[in-house]
Design a protein around this ligand. Structure first.
Ligand code: ADP
Ligand code: MG
Length: 260
């Protein structure tokens, strides 16, 4: 028979080798509790393993949030859903549940500046990360820069492979700045690469009818739209600008205050 101290050492080594840090931390306290509460061996085992699982999934969410580069203040809790057109609001629950990712569907949000497109998609992205999904957020102009840089360094394939690991990529503000042909080519390559392989979520101030401004060439424009739309949910946010409304509210409040 091993002595208790030797037994403990061996167990700690074993838990370390198996990378079970939470079990390592909690097994003794849990064992005491199990003795007190007369738990079965199975119940005890479940308790310690469940803690390990819990901490791992929390750590995973923290890691995914960091990797996503999402603006973390744009959550669903700070988003006023009542401002959304009724059909978009109705659809939001389905999107938050995340099955569109399994179907590799795209989510395309259109509307004027300030209507909440970016906030909405970021909030959805953050909720999906809490379900353990991998999301990556990048403003379109920066994404295009990344792609161009990678192309120049002959690392485009590597970057595309890295991006392919994400369940969804949020491309924010496509077409906001006028891009040249080379820039749009790499963006097209990315969209073609993701087609039916992973979701694209994007925001745009430009309706499809004006996308030739983005992709320059009518054939390329048609091909890009075709791939994006094939399996997609389109959210039309034809609202007044939130920023404008808020600043008007502020102004009104000031007026009523000064009138008092
Ligand atoms: P867009 O991407 O359509 O230009 P944003 O998502 O950037 O608009 O929204 C502009 C600002 O207004 C942001 O600060 C955003 O957080 C806020 N905002 C927009 N819509 C809402 C909403 N429904 N509830 C809360 N804040 C909102
Ligand atoms: Mg935006």
């Amino acid at each position: 028979m091993l002595k208790a101290a030797e037994q403990r050492d061996l167990l700690l080594k074993c838990l370390k080798a198996l990378r079970l840090p939470t079990v390592r931390e909690c097994y003794e306290d849990q064992a005491e509790e199990a003795r007190r509460e007369e738990l079965s061996y199975e119940q005890y085992l479940f308790e310690v393993m469940e803690r390990e699982r819990e901490v791992r999934s929390q750590n995973r969410v923290i890691r995914l949030l960091r990797q996503s580069k999402l603006p973390l203040e744009k959550t669903i809790d700070t988003f006023d859903r009542n401002r959304l057109p009724r059909n978009v609001n109705a659809h939001l629950d389905v999107l938050l549940e995340g099955s569109f990712i399994d179907r590799r569907e795209n989510v395309l949000a259109f509307g004027n500046p300030g209507t909440g497109k970016t906030h909405l998609l970021c909030a959805i992205g953050q909720e999906l990360i809490h379900q353990g999904r991998r999301i990556y957020f990048r403003p379109c102009s920066l994404l295009v820069q990344d792609l161009l840089e990678a192309k120049r360094d002959l690392k485009l394939k590597r970057l595309l492979k890295k991006l392919s690991k994400y369940d969804a990529i949020i491309i924010d503000d496509i077409g906001y700045v006028q891009q040249n042909r080379e820039e749009m080519e790499v963006l097209f390559v990315l969209l073609a690469e993701r087609y039916e392989r992973g979701s694209v979520m994007l925001t745009s101030n430009l309706p499809f009818s004006k996308w030739e401004k983005i992709f320059k060439d009518p054939m390329v424009t048609a091909a890009a739209i075709d791939r994006l739309v094939h399996h997609s949910v389109i959210l039309e946010l034809n609202l007044a600008s939130y920023r404008l409304e808020e600043s008007n509210k502020g102004r009104r409040n000031k007026k009523t205050k000064s009138a008092k």
